[in-house]
Design a protein. Structure first.
Length: 611
């Protein structure tokens, strides 16, 4: 394929902070690149360099003549007092197209946004609709290369699937080539065919694979294993050469001089490999449970919630026990965060509900993660945010110095006196997670904990939530996290109605009017599954294989839960307590749905494996 852009040994630093050095990158016509990497590795800066919006310190950029590119920044840029159509026409004002052609192109994209009212001023649109409009604005000039910086930010799950359909390989709106920075793993898996990870843990400053995201993960594991084996091999060689040098050889012969020089080279090579391997360390997330054995932590019965005359929740009932993991899903603004806030306030005893009831176990410990960064005092230093009272932190009964505690969250000692208000969104998210980890909890309430986290941190967060023995209620647009962590999903389907689903796919089908079918997908999700099937048929992806290997154990655990609940229902003493009996029946219904969901997923993976 023809080269449309190339970077030759480019380097970039801000003061003493080096982002990347000697980076070489080639973009071909038809490339669909996902750019990932730790927070602060220079992803957004590299995008701006590709578009000519920022200069490099060293090296050069070659672009194909007459290359048309479009850049979507994280922050939206609009003429706020104009409507959506006028904002779509604005990038075409210098185009040689006729006015009729400009209008047709803008209206075609406007129809894809699916706005209910095209007459609104842009300033009146919510974050999700602004993001959709911003994406279409980047597409309206029909670029040869589309450059996207975190396009899934502010989009709910429906919006992300809409984006996948818009720029997917089968879409007529899709640009010939694109580079996208994203931490949405499902989005990367669906839309990209080449993954590049920026990180100083790699000898060349990056690691790239021409494959899907799951294929990239597989090859990355192999590469890191090779690096650790190389470190061990070099360490053994250095040990032998060091022993030889200690015997005091004289560099009188060319052979002896060569061995002395070779020993020095091996030392330098080992130091380099060790340095890269140390950089690869991820954030260390480990939530603390109280260890209490109470079977019913929170019981919600007939709960209703109305704010400013809008019914957000109507007649909601569920039970949280140790090990219960619930995902809340729904469109932006449907009331997910409001429900979490209400439950947290009830758990603290600060609120009496007006409709229904929320009962909690005595002395219930709840840890709450809010997506509102204003929960952090922006004026204090990182040191005081991590260790409010002294330079020590007590974690699980052990006293840790704030420097050691900071390193667990990828902060350096030099950052400890930095004001929180000057830190990035990802850094502030890590501060909030650190605060959460210090609180022993029976229940975690997490509102969009994945916002601003890099993929490495997401993977660690995911494993930590799976290991947490308490209850969990999670709001997230990360579909991988929902699928892997949550036992069930409560979906906001409209007008305050919240329905229980086995997974987010069932909820999407319910929105399309197909809730009764567990197998037949419809609408956007159906197209997505067909696209995935066409692209990856014949073998399981790396992530699917991991899921497949764990499936039998998950099913056995779920079936055991059903058996235990069935024994409870058969107990004559339980029949004398109608309220408790109804509660156990509800738990059994949830457990049976979970078993059905797991078997359906197992069948799906079996079919994919046998194709």
């Amino acid at each position: 394929m023809a080269t449309i852009l190339s970077c030759r040994a480019i380097s970039k630093a801000y003061g003493a902070q080096k982002l990347f050095s000697g980076l070489n990158l080639v973009i071909h016509d038809g490339d669909r690149i996902g750019l990932i990497g730790p927070n602060g590795s220079g992803k957004s800066t590299l995008l701006r360099i590709l578009c000519g919006l920022e200069d490099v310190d060293e090296g050069g950029i070659d672009r194909r003549s007459n290359l048309i590119f479009s850049y979507l920044a994280q922050e939206d840029v609009f003429i706020e007092h104009l409507g959506p159509l006028e904002n779509l026409l604005e990038p075409l004002k210098d185009s040689p197209l006729s006015e009729a052609e400009k209008l047709n192109r803008a209206q075609a994209l406007l129809s894809r946004i699916e706005l209910d009212n095209h007459q609104h001023e842009v300033s009146l649109l919510s974050g999700g609709w602004r993001k959709r409009l911003s994406i279409c604005r980047a597409l309206v000039i029909e670029p040869d290369l589309l450059v996207l910086d975190e396009p899934t930010n502010h989009l709910d799950i429906e919006g992300i699937i809409w984006l996948e359909g818009l720029i997917g390989s089968n879409s007529p709106m899709s640009p010939p080539s694109f580079v996208v920075v994203s931490h949405d793993r499902r989005f990367l898996e669906t839309c990209t065919s080449r993954i590049i990870e920026l990180s100083n843990s790699y000898p060349d400053g990056m690691f790239q694979v021409d494959d899907t995201y799951s294929g990239f993960l597989e090859k990355k594991v192999q590469f890191l294993e090779q690096q650790h084996k190389l470190e061990q091999t070099l360490a053994n060689k250095v040990r032998r050469e060091t022993e030889w040098l200690r015997r005091g050889p004289k560099a009188r012969t060319s052979k002896a001089k060569y061995r002395i020089d070779e020993a020095q080279r091996l030392h330098e090579q080992l130091d380099s490999v060790k340095s890269h391997n140390r950089v690869a360390r991820d954030i260390d997330i480990d939530f603390t449970a109280t260890g209490r054995k109470t079977k019913k932590l929170m019981e919600v019965n007939g709960l209703g919630l109305t704010i400013d005359g809008k019914v957000l929740v109507k007649n909601l009932s569920f039970i949280i026990s140790p090990g219960t993991r619930i995902g809340l899903v729904g469109r932006n603004g449907c009331g997910k965060s409001s429900l979490l806030n209400l439950l947290y306030s009830c758990a603290l005893g600060k609120t009496e509900v007006n409709q229904g009831s929320v009962r909690v176990a005595e002395n219930l410990a709840v840890a709450n993660f809010t997506q509102d960064r204003r929960a952090l005092d922006q004026r204090i230093s990182l040191r005081r945010a991590l260790a409010p009272d002294s330079d020590g932190v007590v974690f699980r009964g052990r006293s840790l110095h704030v420097v050691s505690w900071a390193k667990r969250f990828q902060f350096t000692p030099d950052q400890l006196d930095t004001p929180v208000g000057t830190m990035s969104g990802g850094e502030q998210a890590r501060i909030l997670i650190a605060d959460l980890m210090r609180q022993p909890a029976d229940i975690l309430l997490l509102d969009e904990p994945t916002n601003d986290l890099d993929i490495g941190s997401l993977d660690v967060l995911e494993e930590s939530l799976l290991d947490f023995p308490g209850g969990l209620i999670l709001v997230t647009h990360d579909r991988y996290l929902l699928e892997r962590v949550c036992d069930m999903v409560l979906g906001f389907v409209g007008d305050g109605v919240i329905t229980m689903f086995g997974d987010y796919g069932q909820w999407l089908r319910a929105l399309d009017g197909d809730a009764g079918s567990s197998d037949g997908a419809s609408g956007t999700e159906k197209k997505k599954k067909q696209s995935d099937g066409n692209r990856k048929s014949g073998r399981l992806s790396y992530l699917d294989q991991l899921e497949y290997d764990q499936m039998e154990e998950k099913i056995l655990t779920a079936e055991k839960s059903c058996e235990e609940l069935e024994k409870k229902i058969a107990d004559p003493e339980l029949a004398a307590d109608p309220v408790q009996l109804q509660s156990v029946w509800q738990q059994l219904d949830q457990a049976r749905q979970r078993v059905d969901q797991l078997y359906r997923r197992w069948d799906e993976l079996e079919r994919k494996k046998s194709q």
